[in-house]
Write a protein that binds this ligand. Structure first.
Ligand code: G4P
Length: 531
């Protein structure tokens, strides 16, 4: 194996998906604690008046206590190099979340033991399922009373349609848990109660379930309950098959408490062992992965003004093949230009580090002069591959926006263009209308984010009028001519930022009516490819 394959194989790049408050921030912090990236958990959080993720940057997140951007945290654990992608945890599903998951090789689904599978978890799960990435489940908050683990297994299977295989099982009765049982090793691990609320790694005692000493410590009731549960699992449960996990058909399930650290380390170790290394990605030249002998990467996120003091724009790329070296020249496929990557960045909370080299599975941030777009391909000159485009979501909410103060028009247009490139919202123009844009979003929170960011980052107050449309369709076909566009009068005909025509319509029902009147026009849910 060459150096690149060895390095790629030790990478684990994943995202944690969960409903707000399930404990994603806490678990992320604990993984950093066990990875040695921070030394005292709670320190990051405690410094902040409001609750938000370690990796949050933006002011809006602090104010609202939500995470609206995604970023990556990296640390080493044993032989592994771990990359955690932070997915936005807010209620509105945004494309940003989807894009982040495009850069992940697996996902950890975090579930609150008392609440089970919640709304946002379902949505994010569906995206992971569509991508076919392995999903691992961590049932959190075992330190307090919750639902019966069998019931949760059943709920996962029923609601999400994936079989669950408990890798470990809580030891205790009626929600009073003291440890976990490792099914593979038939080993019990009992965790100390250290009263520090998990600031430091937690001590534990490990032993065989058959050891009389453990039986005595557990007490007869707990011991019997554990034996009964295990017997039931072994008898009625699925077999563990890694191939099924890889295909997203079976989710390995773990139990623990991110707050007290109970079960965090066993989860981390087992997860890293079972989670896949960077997977090849489809391109114009077939799959490209760590074994391909050249550098390639794709853009999955762009964020302007991450640091208000610098006003810079950062493009996040995920490396697919080859070795990245600082200062290297790469070919940007979409523009046909060569770019020198001189100041690649990696991020931990507020800190930035210059990256000297990176391998498949790694994420790096590049300063971007406005060249890159979401889904773009970067590759070694002379090796032109082009990765598949990212899917674009059909927006369902629309509003017309304009600058309150016409003198700020220049700043307004700049902000709209940049935020459109970032994919914060989709921006459309109505032909012949210059003073306003129409924006489309998958969730209405994106509008609030737009309004806030235009004010904070560009100094522009906007007027925003919701539009009564619920359906967008891109138009193409032989029958597309000015007369046809005119006939769509009760819709709103617009152009996207790449000049492709689309129409906004109130309802699906009305869409059918418009379709019938325009037999030569195709109505596409997402924009036609420009390639
Ligand atoms: P999120 O990022 O998924 O939104 O959740 P976050 O980690 O911020 O956790 C949400 C709340 O759940 C926090 O309580 C956190 O302390 C608590 N929590 C996380 N993991 C556990 C756990 O294993 N057990 C218990 N009992 N609680 C847990 P909070 O009161 O909202 O905030 P804080 O004051 O504790 O920071």
């Amino acid at each position: 194996m060459n150096e690149i394959t060895v390095q790629a194989n030790r990478r684990r790049t994943f995202a944690i998906i969960s409903h707000p408050d399930a404990g994603k921030t806490t678990l992320t912090e604990k993984l950093l604690l066990y990875g040695g990236a921070i030394h005292l958990a709670g320190s990051v959080k405690a410094r902040k008046a409001q609750k938000h993720a370690v990796s949050d940057w933006m002011e809006i997140e602090k104010q609202r206590g939500i995470s609206v951007t995604s970023s990556v945290l990296q640390f080493d654990y044993q032989d592994f190099r771990v990359n955690i992608l932070d997915t936005p945890g807010h209620q509105d599903f945004s494309e940003d979340t989807y894009r982040t998951l495009m850069a992940a090789d697996s996902a950890v689904m975090l579930i609150d033991v008392a609440k089970g599978v919640e709304e946002q978890t379902k949505k994010l799960f569906r995206v992971c399922k569509e991508r076919g990435i392995p999903i691992f489940t961590f049932v959190n908050k075992l330190d307090r009373f919750g639902r019966n683990p069998f019931e949760l297994m059943e709920e996962i299977e029923k609601v999400l349609g994936i079989r669950a295989y408990p890798m470990n099982w809580p030891v205790g009765v009626d929600g009073n848990y003291r440890g976990i049982y490792n099914r593979q090793l038939a080993q019990v691990e009992l965790f100390d109660k250290d009263g520090s609320h998990g600031q430091r790694a937690l001590a534990s005692t490990l032993g065989s379930v058959n050891d009389p000493a453990f039986r005595e410590v557990l007490g007869e009731t707990v011991y019997q309950a554990l034996c009964d549960d295990i017997a039931l699992l072994d008898m009625a449960g699925d077999q563990f098959e890694l191939a099924k996990v890889a295909k997203g058909e079976l989710t390995p399930m773990f139990f623990g408490s991110a707050m007290t650290n109970f079960g965090v380390q066993p989860f981390l170790e087992e997860f890293l062992r079972l989670a896949p290394p960077p997977a090849p990605r489809q391109s114009s030249e077939g799959p490209v992965g760590s074994a391909s002998g050249f550098f390639s990467a794709f853009v999955f996120k762009i964020q302007a003004n991450m640091n208000p003091a610098h006003r810079d724009r950062i493009t996040f790329i995920r490396i697919c093949s080859g070795k990245f070296e600082r200062g290297m020249n790469v070919y940007h496929v979409q523009s046909g230009k060569q770019v020198r990557l001189s100041q690649p960045q990696q991020f931990l909370a507020q800190e930035r580090n210059i990256v000297e080299d990176a391998y498949p599975g790694d994420i790096i941030g590049l300063f971007d002069p406005g060249l890159f777009g979401i889904g773009d391909t970067l590759c070694q000159p002379g090796q032109p591959v082009r990765f598949q485009d990212f899917p674009v979501f059909s927006p369902e909410h629309f509003a017309r926006v304009q600058a309150k103060d016409t003198m700020k028009r220049k700043q307004f247009v700049k902000g709209m263009v940049q935020l459109a490139q970032e994919g914060a919202v989709q921006v459309f123009r109505q032909p012949e209308v210059v003073e306003s844009f129409v924006v489309g979003a998958v969730g209405t929170l994106q509008f609030e984010v737009l309004q806030y960011r235009l004010k904070q980052e560009y100094g522009v107050d906007i007027l925003m009028h919701p539009l009564p449309f619920g359906v967008a369709r891109w138009l193409q076909g032989d029958g597309l001519n000015p007369k046809a566009l005119k006939s769509m009068d009760n819709g709103l005909v617009l152009e996207d930022t790449k000049g492709r025509p689309l129409v906004l319509i109130t309802t699906e029902w009305q869409l059918n009516w418009v379709k019938e009147r325009n037999p030569g026009v195709e109505f596409l849910v997402t924009p036609p490819s420009l390639a």
